[in-house]
Design a protein around this ligand. Sequence first.
Ligand code: NI
Length: 169
Amino acid sequence: MSVREIKKYPDKALREKTHRVTDCDAELDKLIDDMIETMYAAPGVGLAANQVGVSKQVAVIDVSVRDEKSLLIVLVNPEIVHFEGEVEAEEGCLSVPDYTTVLKRAMKVCVKGLDRNGKPVEIEAEGLLARALQHEIDHLNGILFVDRMGRIRKEFFKKRYAREKLLKK
Ligand code: NI
């Protein structure tokens, strides 16, 4: 296993809609293992394959980062089939370091996809897990959490964040 480099905003890889996985093979296994290690090393509660530059519909999530018990979820070709309610909470992203914002998301979701062996899985979630699922599935569709902010906050973010990151380089 190895830790891969996480692509940062405004990298183009984060803007691409990823490809569906058609084979659960050794290459996919290696990608998933590396993504898990990269997520824990960051540390973060979720990671999508295009955040490490791979255009595949693969996401890993573990919202238990601060607890001892691991709640690791690996999802291949995930899709949200049901949204319910609305809730606001603070959100951030490993690809947009040093920035968080309060964002409205569905309170509950139901997600269908495959596990790493290609077996169908269905997850019903609420709270932080529901938020993480929506965030990671957005990634796989080329959408960043900052895209979901209001217009004014978005413009402010683009100006300020882009300028600060350029200055740091
Ligand atoms: Ni993210």
